[in-house]
Each structure stands twice: as structure tokens, then as C-alpha cells.
Design a protein around this ligand. Structure first.
Ligand code: HEM
Ligand SMILES: *[C@@H]1O[C@H](CO)[C@@H](O)[C@H](O)[C@H]1NC(C)=O
Ligand SMILES: *[C@@H]1O[C@H](CO)[C@@H](O)[C@H](O)[C@H]1NC(C)=O
Ligand SMILES: *[C@@H]1O[C@H](CO)[C@@H](O)[C@H](O)[C@H]1NC(C)=O
Ligand SMILES: *[C@@H]1O[C@H](CO)[C@@H](O)[C@H](O)[C@H]1NC(C)=O
Ligand SMILES: *[C@@H]1O[C@H](CO)[C@@H](O)[C@H](O)[C@H]1NC(C)=O
Ligand SMILES: *[C@@H]1O[C@H](CO)[C@@H](O)[C@H](O)[C@H]1NC(C)=O
Ligand SMILES: *[C@@H]1O[C@H](CO)[C@@H](O)[C@H](O)[C@H]1NC(C)=O
Ligand SMILES: *[C@@H]1O[C@H](CO)[C@@H](O)[C@H](O)[C@H]1NC(C)=O
Ligand SMILES: *[C@@H]1O[C@H](CO)[C@@H](O)[C@H](O)[C@H]1NC(C)=O
Ligand SMILES: *[C@@H]1O[C@H](CO)[C@@H](O)[C@H](O)[C@H]1NC(C)=O
Length: 355
């Protein structure tokens, strides 16, 4: 009897305190700011609604920023830290340099949040919340974002170059990079569905158009008509910075057209098309299911975004709540520079006091 009781107790305790080895385990809580900053959601939404009127692409850029944060030492806002005497910024990493967007918008959100509840909301949580609100504003799914992340005291450029997947990856490489983050095959396909919005520069896919994997020929998995369209947009040897829509069908709408594009061989990046066209791969079936059922895709996307948002988070007394997302609180030089920039800009008058 006592034995059974202790087993029951033990199970109850394990249930209450999930093991940290469980990839689902998280100390985060959607109501984390309920008492300390109840308006944080509406503040983020207000800024994003406003900015997206003139720059619809910003929604895509913010979803991607959260991803590039989470894959490098966890969702800790390390990507936001600028170069300083002690920080080598991840922003210079190959997948980020001249590619990530939205840093200024994150600062705009942070300033608005600081003015409402100072020293409370982390930059890492602002990235996670922005990704969810961006999804909703683009027509995609909503979910309750687990919150309570804290901001890192470090950044790691080397790790950013090592962990972020590349656009010419094959399926094996993609699966292995996601597995390293505790994400499985369904997560890979669902999260790749974020490419239903946003843009990519020609340099990230032009080898598919002219000389695929050194074969001297285009990628045979690319639809010929679509290839010709892309060839006019991205001439061989032309500027690599021209932008193409990642979703050729509905460029700014968060829907499941990304997956039907793959079925018609119109994935923009090799890493996109691989999910459908790799012979014998079981991602093909997942792509088929998401393309035939948008609800199924949205359910999977929500679950995978929450899972990605839990990677390597700092909680409790770990890290800090940065006052300015680009600098550590200990970096008085960086913070002073920001304060003097802002006081000389009439747009930001009256916001200096919070530093
Ligand atoms: C599976 C591996 C992935 C690869 C190889 C990849 C690669 C890329 C590349 C090369 C671009 C274009 C960047 C540029 O031209 O500057 C891009 C854009 C984008 N990626 Fe990914 N990505 C992957 C997964 C993801 C995931 C997991 C998400 C989010 C959940 C995501 C969200 C986005 C978004 C929204 C854009 C458009 C950004 C914008 O327009 O500013 N990607 N990705
Ligand atoms: C919206 O944007 C305009 C112009 O960019 C700016 O003046 C205004 O303060 C913004 N409002 C909010 C709520 O961010
Ligand atoms: C941080 O660096 C980015 C470029 O990576 C730059 O656009 C931004 O102005 C910098 N932020 C501050 C506050 O200096
Ligand atoms: C980022 O790209 C710029 C060119 O736009 C280059 O000058 C700079 O060296 C790159 N940064 C890193 C860290 O490689
Ligand atoms: C925070 O924002 C909410 C909603 O805009 C407002 O009601 C509240 O008074 C603000 N609080 C502070 C301290 O500014
Ligand atoms: C940065 O990442 C590299 C590569 O994984 C690792 O070897 C190194 O220890 C990390 N540096 C710090 C300061 O954590
Ligand atoms: C994927 O790429 C890796 C690295 O280039 C290579 O070793 C592997 O053979 C490729 N796998 C397939 C199935 O093509
Ligand atoms: C992927 O992980 C999720 C939960 O994290 C799980 O529900 C799902 O069954 C896994 N998929 C596969 C194919 O293992
Ligand atoms: C294609 O790329 C390979 C390897 O990079 C190179 O050796 C070859 O000359 C290229 N072919 C053409 C037609 O440019
Ligand atoms: C997918 O295929 C791999 C082998 O290629 C296998 O190990 C894995 O279990 C398969 N996953 C599913 C969900 O069928
Ligand atoms: C689509 O997926 C949803 C969510 O899993 C499911 O409830 C629904 O039955 C599916 N619809 C069809 C037509 O299969």
C-alpha cells in the first residue's frame, strides 16, 4: 500500500515538474505578464499593424528573426546584440548579413513597451510575440505564446554560421539541423511553411536556374515556366540582391499555397523543393497533407512554433531583461550612444528618460 502510494506520489511530482529532457518541457507561461505588463500584446500589435501598412514584408521578416534567434543558443535575443567591445554580433553571420530585417521595428516595439511597463518584458519575448502577431496579421494562425524568456548576456557568431540551415541544403542536411534543435520531420515541414510569406534574394537560388550542383544545367525539379520567369528576374551573373516572392501564388498571405507550389514544382529555394521532390522521402506525404488541408498545416505550424520558441530559453534569474535590445545592460557606452541618438531625433523626444 505504502509502495503504491509512493509510486502515485512520484508520478504526481514528475507530472508537476516535467523533466528538462522532455523537449516539450518549458517554464514559460502565456500569462507571464498578466500582472506586470498586461498591455504588451496590444502594444506589439499596434506597432506591427502600423508598420505593416507601409511595409507588408515586415511580418515575414519578424517571423524569420525569431527563427534565427532560436536556432543560435536558444530563443534569448542573442541575434539582437550589436557589435561592441565585448560582443561579436550574430548579425554578421552569413545567413544574417544583409538579409535579416526588422531590427529597427523591434526597437520601436521595445521603446513602446518600456514606456508602458519598464524593465519587465524581455527582448526575446518581444521576438516570440512579434512572430505570432505577424502570423495573425498576415492571415495565418494564432496561438497563445508562452512567455517569460530572459535575454542572453552573450552572442555567438560562430554558432550562427554553424546552426542556421542554408538554401541549398538537401533533405538529409535539413533534417539533421532541425534534429539538433530537438525538432522532427513534421516540425521541419510545418516551419518551412513560413515561406508562404516574404522574399528571397536571387543569390540564394540562382544556382538552381543556371548551374545546379555544378551540373551545368538547371535544377530538374524546377517547373520550366517558373524557371524562365525567375531567369528574367535574376539574370545569370546579375545583381544577387533582387527580390523574389517565396510564395509565387499568394506572396503576402499566410496560407497553405506554399505547399501546393511544391506539388507543382514551384518551390523557390532548393531547401523548399527538397521537402516534396526528394525521391522516397517521407516529407512528401506531409507536404501533400498540408497542401490538401490548411487547417492541418495551421495546427502543425502553431505546435512547431511553440516548440521552436522553447529552445534553450533562459528563465528565472538567468540572463537579464535588456533595457535596449541591441546592448547588454552593463554596456553603458552602447546605451549612452542610443540615448544621445534618440534625444537628437525629434521623433523620439521624451523617450530618453526610460534609459
Ligand atoms: C528549413 C530551412 C530554411 C532555410 C534554408 C531558409 C532559408 C531562407 C532564405 C535563404 C531566405 C531568404 C533570405 C534573403 O533573401 O535575404 C529566407 C527567408 C525567410 N524565411 Fe527561411 N529558411 C528556412 C526555414 C525557415 C523557418 C523555420 C522560418 C520560420 C518559422 C523561416 C521564415 C522565413 C521567412 C518568413 C522569410 C522571408 C523573410 C523576409 O521577407 O524578410 N524560414 N529563408
Ligand atoms: C504609426 O506610424 C506613424 C508614421 O510612421 C507614426 O507617426 C505613429 O506614431 C505610429 N503609431 C503607432 C501606434 O506606432
Ligand atoms: C545595431 O546594428 C544594426 C546593424 O546590424 C544597425 O542597423 C542598428 O542601427 C544598430 N543599433 C544601434 C542602436 O546602434
Ligand atoms: C557583411 O556584409 C558587408 C557587405 O555588405 C561586408 O562588408 C561585411 O564584412 C560583412 N560582415 C561580416 C561579418 O562578414
Ligand atoms: C499601458 O497601456 C495601457 C493600454 O494602452 C494603458 O491603459 C495604461 O495606462 C498604460 N500604462 C502605463 C503605465 O503607461
Ligand atoms: C560559440 O559557438 C562555438 C561553436 O559551437 C563554440 O565552440 C564556442 O564555445 C561558443 N562560444 C561561446 C563563447 O559560447
Ligand atoms: C546531402 O548533402 C550532403 C553534404 O553535401 C551529402 O554528404 C549527402 O550525400 C547529400 N545527401 C543526399 C541524399 O543527396
Ligand atoms: C514530432 O514531434 C511532435 C511533438 O513534439 C509529435 O507530436 C510528433 O508525433 C512528432 N512527429 C514525428 C514524425 O515524430
Ligand atoms: C558549373 O559549376 C561547376 C562547379 O562549380 C563549374 O565547374 C562549371 O564550370 C560550371 N558550369 C557552367 C556552365 O558554368
Ligand atoms: C522517415 O524516413 C526515415 C528513413 O528515411 C525513417 O527513419 C523515419 O522513421 C520516417 N518517419 C516517418 C514519420 O515515417
Ligand atoms: C483537416 O485537418 C483538421 C485538423 O487536423 C481535421 O480536423 C480535419 O478533419 C481535416 N479535414 C479534412 C477534410 O480531412
Amino acid at each position: 500500500m505504502r509502495f503504491i502510494l509512493s509510486i502515485v506520489l512520484c508520478v504526481a511530482i514528475l507530472g508537476a515538474f516535467p523533466l528538462s529532457s522532455d523537449s516539450q518541457a518549458s517554464n514559460l507561461d502565456p500569462s507571464f505578464y498578466k500582472n506586470t505588463c498586461p498591455s504588451v500584446h496590444s502594444i506589439v500589435r499596434g506597432v506591427l499593424r502600423n508598420v505593416s501598412k507601409s511595409d507588408p514584408r515586415i511580418l515575414a521578416s519578424l517571423v524569420r528573426l525569431h527563427f534565427h534567434d532560436c536556432f543560435v543558443q536558444g530563443c534569448d535575443a542573442s541575434i539582437l546584440l550589436n557589435n561592441t567591445a565585448t560582443i561579436v554580433s550574430e548579425q554578421g553571420a552569413a545567413p544574417n548579413n544583409n538579409s535579416i530585417r526588422g531590427l529597427d521595428v523591434v526597437n520601436q516595439i521595445k521603446t513602446a513597451v518600456e514606456n508602458n511597463c519598464s524593465n519587465t518584458v524581455s527582448c526575446a519575448d518581444i521576438l516570440a510575440l512579434s512572430a505570432e502577431i505577424a502570423s495573425v496579421l498576415a492571415g495565418g494562425p494564432d496561438w497563445k505564446v508562452p512567455l517569460g524568456r530572459r535575454d542572453s548576456l552573450t552572442a555567438n557568431l560562430t554558432l550562427a554560421n554553424q546552426n542556421l540551415p542554408g538554401p541549398s541544403f538537401n533533405l538529409t542536411q535539413l533534417l539533421s539541423f532541425f534534429a539538433r534543435q530537438g525538432l522532427n520531420i513534421t516540425d521541419l515541414v510545418a516551419l518551412s511553411g513560413a515561406h508562404t510569406i516574404g522574399r528571397a534574394q536571387c543569390k540564394f537560388f540562382s544556382s538552381r536556374l543556371y548551374n545546379f550542383s555544378g551540373t551545368g544545367n538547371p535544377d530538374p525539379t524546377l517547373d520550366a515556366g517558373y524557371r524562365q520567369t525567375l531567369q528574367s528576374l535574376c539574370p545569370n551573373g546579375g545583381p544577387g540582391t533582387t527580390l523574389a516572392n517565396l510564395d509565387v501564388t499568394t506572396p503576402d498571405a499566410f496560407d497553405n499555397a506554399y505547399f501546393s507550389n511544391l506539388l507543382s514544382h514551384k518551390g523557390l529555394l532548393q531547401s523548399d523543393q527538397e521537402l516534396f521532390s526528394t525521391p522516397g522521402a517521407n516529407t512528401t506525404a506531409i507536404v501533400n497533407s498540408f497542401s490538401s488541408n490548411q487547417t492541418l498545416f495551421f495546427e502543425a505550424f502553431k505546435a512547431s512554433m511553440i516548440k521552436m520558441g522553447n529552445i534553450g530559453v533562459l528563465t528565472g534569474s538567468q540572463g537579464e531583461i535588456r533595457k535596449q535590445c541591441n546592448f547588454l545592460n552593463s554596456n553603458s557606452v552602447g546605451l549612452a550612444n542610443v540615448a544621445s541618438k534618440e534625444s537628437s531625433s525629434s521623433e523620439h523626444d521624451g523617450m530618453v528618460s526610460s534609459y
